[in-house]
Design a protein around this ligand. Structure first.
Ligand code: IFM
Length: 467
């Protein structure tokens, strides 16, 4: 077993390093339900999901997978699958109703109980502070385009770290700030559903600032051994062709998808080309003196969420779009190959390419694959079993890509399957099933799919079985 010797690009019979972290991931709004219990106030997703047409079938997270009431059962399920790590998020409006002021004791108690239950079962908790559920009151005050929201987030981080800093080993500030900023404020397909490209750029900066401020709070309150991280859904960008025009389109999208976060967080600057590309929308004066020093406070690892590559060429795409000021410069094309139920092409090479890019651009940065997985149209058969061979094929290919990256010298330390449970898939509601455990929403019955049993075997043997 080695992490450095080259290996063939086969996806069977692969062994990972002994310390490799094997987990699954979820997010609060997607699984918890109990939307108005124990003092929780509405988040932007509670509001957005009630907007007619915003979410498929008018679904909301009111009940979701009812994890708030079934937490112990769900942790027992994880233990029965032999998971070693679990990545979850804290609901901001549950622990700090309305987004400011004192913590809710009941809200914090829920997460204390979850963490204690995980630890009792030998599962390492990885806590994400923000997976998109901004308290509605903060959106009413302007949301992420307002600078004050970053300071409110730092206060919230302090409350959570003060309560759980002694028992959670790994902390993530934000999950996929790209989605929060650009899907939420430019394209409007995520909460809060605004279509204001300039606001999306302000939101991106204030999310970066919130991250940096929270890193400061977490460093103070969680002790020297804790790992502090950030998760980005970086785009694995492929130009449509070798033409200079397609390369230029790819450069623009890379700035808006990747470097808008990577550069400030890891290099303490915004890319000059990003500033130039967006000059007609903003002069970036919302970036104040000292901000970039805060944003670039060192982190201990970077989480990557990967599902499918982004193929881009010269051209234009319709508005509203998540790409501020790029609508006349870029068009998007599907990658070839099989598709998941999201219509996302299956292409594990994109994950390998992304990991190798990060090895080269961020030497010395430990990486975690904090989300990877696929939605398929799973159902329980008359015997009550859920057969999902496509998901096993998808996961095998992507774990193969991670293994190839390890062999290429990438410091990737763990893999978190998205997702533990079927759940509320944002604008798609409950119509898309990403879980390795099937949830029958009428009865809330959990059934491990074939992929869960397969993954349990992968975790137990620390690698992919031969076959
Ligand atoms: O369900 C989401 C998750 O909340 C964030 N990353 C992508 C997943 C699949 O769309």
């Amino acid at each position: 077993m080695t992490t450095t010797a080259p290996r063939p690009a086969t996806a069977s019979g692969l062994t990972f390093p002994p310390a490799f972290r094997w987990g699954a991931a979820t997010a609060a709004y997607q699984i918890e339900g109990a939307a108005d219990e124990d003092g929780r106030t509405p988040s932007i997703w509670d509001t957005f999901s009630r907007r007619p047409g915003a979410v498929r079938n008018g679904d909301t997270g009111d009940v979701a997978a009812d994890h708030y009431h079934r937490m112990r059962e769900d942790v027992a399920l994880m233990a029965s699958l032999g998971l070693k790590d679990y990545r979850f998020s804290v609901s901001w409006p549950r622990v700090q109703p309305a987004g400011r002021g004192p913590a809710s004791a009941k809200g914090l108690d829920f997460y204390r109980a979850l963490v204690d239950e995980l630890l009792a079962q030998g599962i390492r908790p990885m806590l994400t502070l923000y997976h998109w559920d901004l308290p509605q009151e903060l959106e009413d005050a302007g949301g992420w385009p307002e600078r004050d929201t970053a300071y409110r987030f730092a206060d919230y981080a302090e409350l959570v770290a003060g309560a759980l800093g002694d028992r959670v080993p790994t902390w993530t500030t934000l999950n996929e700030p790209w989605c929060a900023a650009f899907l939420g404020y430019a394209e409007g397909v995520h909460a809060p559903g605004r279509t204001e490209p300039a606001s999306a750029l302000r939101a991106a900066h204030h999310l970066n600032l919130a991250h940096g401020l929270a890193v400061g709070a977490l460093r103070e309150l969680t002790g020297p051994a804790s790992e502090i991280s950030l998760t980005l859904n970086l785009a694995a960008i492929r130009p449509l062709s070798d033409s200079p025009a397609d390369a230029e389109a790819a450069r623009r999208i890379d700035a808006l998808a990747n470097r808008v976060f990577l550069d400030p967080v890891f290099h303490g600057r915004y890319p000059e080309d990003l500033r130039a590309d967006t000059a007609q929308l903003t002069d970036w004066s919302f970036v104040r003196d000292g901000d970039l020093t805060t944003v670039s406070r060192p982190v201990d690892s970077l989480g990557i969420n990967y599902y499918t590559p982004t193929v881009v060429g010269a051209g234009s795409h319709p508005l509203p779009s998540p790409w501020p000021a790029a609508q006349d410069h870029a068009r998007f094309a599907p990658a070839p190959g099989p598709r998941t139920a999201m219509d996302w092409p299956v292409d594990a090479d994109g994950l390998y390419e992304l990991l190798v890019r990060l090895r080269d651009e961020l030497p010395g940065t430990a990486l975690l694959v904090t989300e990877n997985g696929a939605a398929y149209d799973d159902y329980a058969d008359p015997a009550g079993e859920v057969h999902d061979p496509e998901r096993i094929t998808y996961l095998t290919a992507h774990l193969g890509a991670v293994h190839r990256a390890l062999a290429a010298g990438v410091d990737v330390r763990g893999y978190f399957l998205w997702s533990l449970l079927d759940n509320f898939e944002w604008a798609y509601g409950y119509s898309k099933r990403f879980g390795m455990v099937h949830v029958d929403y009428a009865s809330q019955r959990r059934t491990p799919k074939d992929s869960a049993l397969w993954y349990a075997n992968v975790v137990a043997r620390g690698g992919l079985p031969r076959g």
